[in-house]
Design a protein around this ligand. Structure first.
Ligand SMILES: N[C@@H](CCC(=O)N[C@@H](CS)C(=O)NCC(=O)O)C(=O)O
Length: 373
Protein backbone atom coordinates (compact mmCIF):
# COMPACT_ATOMS: atom_id res chain seq x y z
CA UNK A 1 0.00 0.00 0.00
CA UNK A 2 1.27 3.47 -0.92
CA UNK A 3 1.87 5.85 2.00
CA UNK A 4 0.44 9.28 1.30
CA UNK A 5 -0.83 12.44 2.91
CA UNK A 6 -3.44 12.95 0.17
CA UNK A 7 -6.95 13.05 1.56
CA UNK A 8 -10.28 14.54 0.54
CA UNK A 9 -10.81 17.60 2.75
CA UNK A 10 -14.27 19.17 2.66
CA UNK A 11 -14.55 22.83 3.66
CA UNK A 12 -16.15 23.21 7.10
CA UNK A 13 -17.26 26.21 9.15
CA UNK A 14 -16.65 27.10 12.81
CA UNK A 15 -19.34 24.76 14.12
CA UNK A 16 -18.16 21.79 12.08
CA UNK A 17 -20.77 22.31 9.37
CA UNK A 18 -20.01 21.43 5.72
CA UNK A 19 -19.75 24.43 3.37
CA UNK A 20 -20.00 23.97 -0.41
CA UNK A 21 -17.74 26.45 -2.17
CA UNK A 22 -19.54 28.60 -4.72
CA UNK A 23 -18.85 28.26 -8.43
CA UNK A 24 -16.38 30.83 -9.80
CA UNK A 25 -17.10 30.65 -13.54
CA UNK A 26 -20.58 31.77 -14.41
CA UNK A 27 -20.69 32.96 -18.01
CA UNK A 28 -23.84 32.40 -20.04
CA UNK A 29 -24.32 30.99 -23.55
CA UNK A 30 -26.91 32.86 -25.58
CA UNK A 31 -28.99 31.84 -28.51
CA UNK A 32 -29.06 34.44 -31.32
CA UNK A 33 -32.82 34.35 -31.11
CA UNK A 34 -32.68 35.48 -27.45
CA UNK A 35 -30.17 38.24 -28.23
CA UNK A 36 -31.05 41.86 -29.01
CA UNK A 37 -29.26 43.63 -31.88
CA UNK A 38 -27.09 45.73 -29.48
CA UNK A 39 -25.83 42.72 -27.56
CA UNK A 40 -22.59 41.00 -28.52
CA UNK A 41 -22.51 37.84 -26.39
CA UNK A 42 -19.10 36.22 -25.88
CA UNK A 43 -20.67 32.80 -26.03
CA UNK A 44 -23.29 32.11 -28.67
CA UNK A 45 -25.14 28.79 -28.95
CA UNK A 46 -23.74 26.70 -31.80
CA UNK A 47 -23.75 23.03 -32.65
CA UNK A 48 -20.46 21.33 -31.75
CA UNK A 49 -18.93 24.33 -29.96
CA UNK A 50 -19.58 23.39 -26.34
CA UNK A 51 -18.46 20.47 -24.23
CA UNK A 52 -19.42 19.12 -20.83
CA UNK A 53 -17.01 17.61 -18.33
CA UNK A 54 -18.90 15.26 -16.05
CA UNK A 55 -18.62 12.48 -13.51
CA UNK A 56 -21.46 9.95 -13.48
CA UNK A 57 -20.95 9.85 -9.73
CA UNK A 58 -21.78 13.51 -9.28
CA UNK A 59 -25.42 14.58 -8.82
CA UNK A 60 -24.71 18.12 -10.03
CA UNK A 61 -23.12 16.85 -13.25
CA UNK A 62 -25.85 14.26 -13.80
CA UNK A 63 -28.57 16.85 -13.71
CA UNK A 64 -26.82 18.47 -16.69
CA UNK A 65 -26.56 15.12 -18.48
CA UNK A 66 -30.23 14.38 -17.89
CA UNK A 67 -31.22 17.77 -19.32
CA UNK A 68 -28.85 17.38 -22.29
CA UNK A 69 -30.42 13.99 -23.07
CA UNK A 70 -34.00 15.17 -22.64
CA UNK A 71 -33.40 18.24 -24.79
CA UNK A 72 -31.98 15.95 -27.53
CA UNK A 73 -28.63 17.70 -27.50
CA UNK A 74 -26.45 14.60 -27.47
CA UNK A 75 -24.99 15.38 -30.90
CA UNK A 76 -24.78 19.11 -30.20
CA UNK A 77 -22.90 19.17 -26.89
CA UNK A 78 -20.09 16.64 -26.50
CA UNK A 79 -19.03 15.09 -23.20
CA UNK A 80 -15.91 13.94 -21.38
CA UNK A 81 -16.41 11.50 -18.52
CA UNK A 82 -13.91 11.23 -15.67
CA UNK A 83 -13.01 8.14 -13.65
CA UNK A 84 -15.26 7.69 -10.61
CA UNK A 85 -12.58 8.08 -7.92
CA UNK A 86 -10.71 11.00 -6.48
CA UNK A 87 -6.95 10.49 -6.78
CA UNK A 88 -3.97 12.65 -5.87
CA UNK A 89 -3.61 15.36 -8.49
CA UNK A 90 -0.02 16.24 -7.56
CA UNK A 91 2.84 14.60 -5.68
CA UNK A 92 1.12 13.97 -2.32
CA UNK A 93 4.31 14.84 -0.46
CA UNK A 94 4.06 18.38 -1.82
CA UNK A 95 0.31 18.93 -2.35
CA UNK A 96 -2.33 16.73 -0.71
CA UNK A 97 -5.20 17.60 -3.08
CA UNK A 98 -7.28 14.73 -4.48
CA UNK A 99 -9.71 15.09 -7.38
CA UNK A 100 -11.14 13.89 -10.71
CA UNK A 101 -8.89 12.19 -13.28
CA UNK A 102 -9.23 11.00 -16.85
CA UNK A 103 -8.62 7.37 -17.74
CA UNK A 104 -8.88 5.09 -20.79
CA UNK A 105 -11.64 2.45 -20.79
CA UNK A 106 -9.10 -0.39 -20.98
CA UNK A 107 -6.68 0.91 -18.34
CA UNK A 108 -5.81 -1.24 -15.34
CA UNK A 109 -8.06 -0.72 -12.28
CA UNK A 110 -7.17 2.43 -10.39
CA UNK A 111 -5.49 1.75 -7.07
CA UNK A 112 -6.30 4.25 -4.37
CA UNK A 113 -3.86 5.31 -1.68
CA UNK A 114 -5.86 3.19 0.81
CA UNK A 115 -5.48 0.05 -1.33
CA UNK A 116 -9.05 0.04 -2.73
CA UNK A 117 -9.18 -0.83 -6.45
CA UNK A 118 -11.73 0.60 -8.88
CA UNK A 119 -12.16 -0.53 -12.48
CA UNK A 120 -12.00 1.52 -15.64
CA UNK A 121 -14.89 0.98 -18.08
CA UNK A 122 -16.44 1.99 -21.36
CA UNK A 123 -18.05 5.13 -19.97
CA UNK A 124 -14.61 6.75 -19.71
CA UNK A 125 -13.61 9.01 -22.58
CA UNK A 126 -9.83 8.67 -22.48
CA UNK A 127 -6.65 10.07 -21.05
CA UNK A 128 -5.27 12.59 -21.79
CA UNK A 129 -8.66 14.18 -22.32
CA UNK A 130 -9.10 14.56 -26.12
CA UNK A 131 -10.52 18.10 -25.82
CA UNK A 132 -8.06 19.73 -23.43
CA UNK A 133 -5.10 17.35 -23.34
CA UNK A 134 -5.37 17.36 -19.54
CA UNK A 135 -4.98 14.30 -17.31
CA UNK A 136 -7.10 15.65 -14.47
CA UNK A 137 -9.88 18.20 -14.00
CA UNK A 138 -7.64 20.32 -11.81
CA UNK A 139 -5.40 20.96 -14.84
CA UNK A 140 -8.35 22.34 -16.83
CA UNK A 141 -8.94 24.84 -14.03
CA UNK A 142 -5.23 25.64 -13.65
CA UNK A 143 -4.98 26.36 -17.40
CA UNK A 144 -8.03 28.62 -17.21
CA UNK A 145 -6.76 30.49 -14.16
CA UNK A 146 -3.40 31.02 -15.88
CA UNK A 147 -5.16 32.43 -18.96
CA UNK A 148 -7.20 34.78 -16.77
CA UNK A 149 -4.21 35.78 -14.61
CA UNK A 150 -5.88 34.79 -11.36
CA UNK A 151 -4.13 36.00 -8.23
CA UNK A 152 -3.03 33.56 -5.51
CA UNK A 153 -5.98 34.75 -3.47
CA UNK A 154 -8.46 34.12 -6.31
CA UNK A 155 -7.01 30.66 -6.94
CA UNK A 156 -7.48 29.61 -3.33
CA UNK A 157 -11.28 29.89 -3.56
CA UNK A 158 -11.64 27.69 -6.65
CA UNK A 159 -12.96 24.12 -6.29
CA UNK A 160 -11.85 21.81 -9.10
CA UNK A 161 -15.38 20.56 -9.56
CA UNK A 162 -17.56 19.03 -12.25
CA UNK A 163 -19.69 19.78 -14.15
CA UNK A 164 -17.86 22.21 -16.42
CA UNK A 165 -19.35 23.71 -19.57
CA UNK A 166 -16.41 24.41 -21.86
CA UNK A 167 -16.04 26.29 -25.14
CA UNK A 168 -13.98 24.32 -27.67
CA UNK A 169 -13.69 27.33 -29.99
CA UNK A 170 -12.01 29.66 -27.49
CA UNK A 171 -10.68 26.99 -25.10
CA UNK A 172 -12.24 28.61 -22.07
CA UNK A 173 -14.33 27.39 -19.18
CA UNK A 174 -17.74 28.95 -19.73
CA UNK A 175 -19.52 27.88 -16.57
CA UNK A 176 -19.06 25.51 -13.65
CA UNK A 177 -22.42 25.95 -11.96
CA UNK A 178 -24.92 23.21 -12.81
CA UNK A 179 -27.87 25.40 -11.90
CA UNK A 180 -26.90 27.76 -14.75
CA UNK A 181 -25.87 24.98 -17.12
CA UNK A 182 -29.27 23.26 -16.98
CA UNK A 183 -31.01 26.57 -17.72
CA UNK A 184 -28.62 27.30 -20.58
CA UNK A 185 -29.38 23.89 -22.07
CA UNK A 186 -33.09 24.33 -21.48
CA UNK A 187 -33.34 27.78 -22.99
CA UNK A 188 -30.58 28.63 -25.40
CA UNK A 189 -30.16 25.61 -27.68
CA UNK A 190 -33.70 25.09 -28.95
CA UNK A 191 -32.77 25.67 -32.58
CA UNK A 192 -30.32 22.72 -32.37
CA UNK A 193 -32.44 20.15 -30.49
CA UNK A 194 -32.65 17.10 -32.69
CA UNK A 195 -36.04 16.02 -33.87
CA UNK A 196 -35.69 12.33 -33.03
CA UNK A 197 -38.60 10.34 -31.65
CA UNK A 198 -38.19 7.41 -29.31
CA UNK A 199 -39.92 5.49 -26.56
CA UNK A 200 -40.03 8.57 -24.30
CA UNK A 201 -41.97 10.57 -26.88
CA UNK A 202 -44.26 7.62 -27.54
CA UNK A 203 -45.11 7.52 -23.86
CA UNK A 204 -46.14 11.16 -24.00
CA UNK A 205 -43.12 12.91 -22.49
CA UNK A 206 -42.17 16.22 -24.11
CA UNK A 207 -38.56 16.09 -25.36
CA UNK A 208 -36.20 18.32 -27.33
CA UNK A 209 -37.49 21.77 -28.14
CA UNK A 210 -40.96 20.84 -26.90
CA UNK A 211 -39.62 20.50 -23.39
CA UNK A 212 -39.44 23.62 -21.25
CA UNK A 213 -38.11 22.74 -17.82
CA UNK A 214 -38.29 26.34 -16.57
CA UNK A 215 -41.50 27.87 -17.96
CA UNK A 216 -41.99 31.52 -17.17
CA UNK A 217 -45.34 31.11 -15.42
CA UNK A 218 -43.87 28.59 -12.96
CA UNK A 219 -40.50 30.21 -12.36
CA UNK A 220 -41.30 31.71 -8.99
CA UNK A 221 -42.64 28.43 -7.68
CA UNK A 222 -39.74 26.44 -9.14
CA UNK A 223 -37.17 28.78 -7.54
CA UNK A 224 -38.93 28.52 -4.20
CA UNK A 225 -38.96 24.69 -4.31
CA UNK A 226 -35.34 24.58 -5.53
CA UNK A 227 -34.23 26.68 -2.58
CA UNK A 228 -35.45 24.43 0.20
CA UNK A 229 -34.68 21.24 -1.71
CA UNK A 230 -31.11 22.43 -2.27
CA UNK A 231 -30.45 23.57 1.29
CA UNK A 232 -32.02 20.63 3.07
CA UNK A 233 -31.88 17.71 0.64
CA UNK A 234 -29.42 18.10 -2.28
CA UNK A 235 -26.77 19.74 -0.15
CA UNK A 236 -28.41 18.47 3.04
CA UNK A 237 -27.09 14.93 2.53
CA UNK A 238 -23.55 16.31 2.22
CA UNK A 239 -24.09 18.38 5.36
CA UNK A 240 -24.91 15.14 7.17
CA UNK A 241 -21.99 13.22 5.69
CA UNK A 242 -19.28 15.82 6.08
CA UNK A 243 -20.34 17.28 9.44
CA UNK A 244 -17.44 17.47 11.85
CA UNK A 245 -19.40 17.96 15.05
CA UNK A 246 -22.39 16.11 16.53
CA UNK A 247 -24.37 19.36 16.60
CA UNK A 248 -23.76 20.06 12.91
CA UNK A 249 -24.77 16.50 12.01
CA UNK A 250 -27.89 16.52 14.22
CA UNK A 251 -29.03 19.80 12.71
CA UNK A 252 -28.49 18.62 9.12
CA UNK A 253 -30.09 15.20 9.69
CA UNK A 254 -33.17 16.69 11.37
CA UNK A 255 -33.63 19.18 8.52
CA UNK A 256 -33.09 16.50 5.90
CA UNK A 257 -35.83 14.22 7.22
CA UNK A 258 -38.25 17.07 7.95
CA UNK A 259 -37.92 18.08 4.31
CA UNK A 260 -38.08 14.55 2.92
CA UNK A 261 -41.40 14.26 4.78
CA UNK A 262 -42.44 17.52 3.15
CA UNK A 263 -41.58 16.15 -0.31
CA UNK A 264 -43.48 12.94 0.43
CA UNK A 265 -46.52 14.98 1.41
CA UNK A 266 -46.35 17.07 -1.79
CA UNK A 267 -45.92 14.02 -3.97
CA UNK A 268 -48.94 12.39 -2.31
CA UNK A 269 -51.06 15.19 -3.74
CA UNK A 270 -49.53 15.99 -7.11
CA UNK A 271 -47.45 14.22 -9.72
CA UNK A 272 -44.39 16.49 -9.69
CA UNK A 273 -42.75 18.98 -7.35
CA UNK A 274 -44.37 21.96 -9.04
CA UNK A 275 -48.03 21.24 -9.69
CA UNK A 276 -48.52 18.44 -12.20
CA UNK A 277 -45.90 19.85 -14.53
CA UNK A 278 -42.52 18.18 -15.05
CA UNK A 279 -39.81 20.82 -14.45
CA UNK A 280 -36.15 21.20 -13.54
CA UNK A 281 -37.20 20.93 -9.88
CA UNK A 282 -37.97 17.23 -10.46
CA UNK A 283 -34.62 16.49 -12.05
CA UNK A 284 -32.85 18.34 -9.24
CA UNK A 285 -34.66 16.26 -6.64
CA UNK A 286 -34.23 12.96 -8.51
CA UNK A 287 -30.41 13.07 -8.64
CA UNK A 288 -30.29 13.05 -4.84
CA UNK A 289 -33.04 10.47 -4.31
CA UNK A 290 -31.45 8.00 -6.73
CA UNK A 291 -28.20 8.03 -4.70
CA UNK A 292 -29.88 7.89 -1.33
CA UNK A 293 -30.48 4.20 -0.52
CA UNK A 294 -27.31 3.03 -2.28
CA UNK A 295 -24.89 5.51 -0.75
CA UNK A 296 -26.13 8.31 1.49
CA UNK A 297 -27.95 6.08 4.00
CA UNK A 298 -24.66 4.40 4.92
CA UNK A 299 -21.85 6.69 3.81
CA UNK A 300 -23.44 9.99 4.86
CA UNK A 301 -25.34 8.52 7.86
CA UNK A 302 -28.74 9.61 6.52
CA UNK A 303 -30.04 6.51 8.21
CA UNK A 304 -33.42 7.37 9.70
CA UNK A 305 -35.31 6.11 6.65
CA UNK A 306 -34.65 4.92 3.10
CA UNK A 307 -36.37 6.31 0.01
CA UNK A 308 -37.85 2.86 -0.62
CA UNK A 309 -39.88 3.34 2.58
CA UNK A 310 -41.66 6.42 1.20
CA UNK A 311 -44.26 5.21 -1.35
CA UNK A 312 -44.62 8.50 -3.20
CA UNK A 313 -40.93 9.30 -3.51
CA UNK A 314 -40.25 5.70 -4.51
CA UNK A 315 -42.81 5.90 -7.30
CA UNK A 316 -41.58 9.34 -8.31
CA UNK A 317 -38.12 7.76 -8.75
CA UNK A 318 -39.70 4.85 -10.63
CA UNK A 319 -41.29 7.26 -13.05
CA UNK A 320 -38.21 9.39 -13.69
CA UNK A 321 -35.98 6.32 -14.02
CA UNK A 322 -38.40 4.92 -16.62
CA UNK A 323 -37.65 7.92 -18.86
CA UNK A 324 -34.80 6.65 -21.07
CA UNK A 325 -33.16 10.07 -21.38
CA UNK A 326 -32.88 10.24 -17.58
CA UNK A 327 -32.00 6.59 -17.08
CA UNK A 328 -28.93 7.07 -19.32
CA UNK A 329 -27.61 9.61 -16.82
CA UNK A 330 -27.60 7.05 -13.99
CA UNK A 331 -24.53 4.81 -13.67
CA UNK A 332 -24.83 3.23 -10.25
CA UNK A 333 -21.42 1.57 -10.37
CA UNK A 334 -19.73 4.96 -10.70
CA UNK A 335 -21.92 6.42 -7.97
CA UNK A 336 -21.13 3.67 -5.48
CA UNK A 337 -17.44 3.47 -6.37
CA UNK A 338 -16.99 7.21 -6.08
CA UNK A 339 -18.53 7.97 -2.74
CA UNK A 340 -17.32 4.92 -0.86
CA UNK A 341 -13.74 5.10 -2.11
CA UNK A 342 -13.08 8.82 -2.55
CA UNK A 343 -13.72 10.18 0.93
CA UNK A 344 -11.05 8.55 3.05
CA UNK A 345 -11.82 11.24 5.63
CA UNK A 346 -15.03 9.36 6.46
CA UNK A 347 -14.42 5.84 5.06
CA UNK A 348 -10.74 5.12 5.59
CA UNK A 349 -10.54 1.73 3.88
CA UNK A 350 -12.81 2.53 0.96
CA UNK A 351 -15.14 -0.37 1.77
CA UNK A 352 -18.23 -0.34 -0.46
CA UNK A 353 -21.31 -1.20 1.61
CA UNK A 354 -23.53 -4.00 0.34
CA UNK A 355 -26.07 -2.78 -2.23
CA UNK A 356 -29.81 -2.81 -1.49
CA UNK A 357 -30.41 -3.10 -5.28
CA UNK A 358 -32.29 0.15 -5.52
CA UNK A 359 -32.44 0.16 -9.34
CA UNK A 360 -33.91 -3.37 -9.31
CA UNK A 361 -36.46 -2.19 -6.77
CA UNK A 362 -37.37 0.64 -9.15
CA UNK A 363 -37.74 -1.69 -12.11
CA UNK A 364 -39.55 -4.45 -10.23
CA UNK A 365 -42.91 -2.81 -10.85
CA UNK A 366 -44.40 0.08 -12.83
CA UNK A 367 -44.84 3.49 -11.24
CA UNK A 368 -48.26 4.60 -10.07
CA UNK A 369 -47.88 8.30 -10.87
CA UNK A 370 -50.45 8.15 -13.69
CA UNK A 371 -53.01 8.53 -10.95
CA UNK A 372 -52.35 12.27 -11.24
CA UNK A 373 -52.90 14.06 -14.51
N1 LIG B 1 -21.77 24.38 -7.75
C1 LIG B 1 -21.42 23.20 -8.34
C2 LIG B 1 -21.07 22.10 -7.35
C3 LIG B 1 -20.44 20.97 -8.05
C4 LIG B 1 -19.70 20.04 -7.10
O1 LIG B 1 -19.60 20.28 -5.88
N2 LIG B 1 -19.17 18.94 -7.65
C5 LIG B 1 -18.41 17.99 -6.88
C6 LIG B 1 -18.74 16.57 -7.24
S1 LIG B 1 -20.26 15.99 -6.63
C7 LIG B 1 -16.95 18.13 -7.22
O2 LIG B 1 -16.58 18.08 -8.37
N3 LIG B 1 -16.11 18.26 -6.22
C8 LIG B 1 -14.71 18.30 -6.37
C9 LIG B 1 -14.06 19.19 -5.34
O3 LIG B 1 -14.78 19.95 -4.69
O4 LIG B 1 -12.85 19.11 -5.23
C10 LIG B 1 -22.54 22.79 -9.27
O5 LIG B 1 -23.68 22.53 -8.83
O6 LIG B 1 -22.27 22.75 -10.45
Amino acid sequence: MMATAALYKPTVGKSGEFIRRSAKFRNWVKSWSNTSSEEKPTYVAEKGRYHLFVAYACPWACRCLAVRNMKRLENVISVSVVHSCFLPTRDPAVDPHVGWHFRNPTDEPVELPNGAKVNCDDYLTGCPDPVTGCVCVRDIYEQEMDKLNFSEEERRGVAFSVPILYCKKTNHIVCNESEDIIRILTKEFDEFCEDVKDEDDERGYAMGKNLNLFPEVLQEEILNVNKWIYENINNGVYRCGFAQSQEAYDFAAKNLFTHLDRVEEILSKQRYMVQNKFTEADIRLFVTLIRFDEVYVVHFKTSKKCIREYPNMLNFCRELYSIQAIKKSVVMQHIRDHYYTSHANINKFGIRAISPGFLDILESQPHDRNRFQ
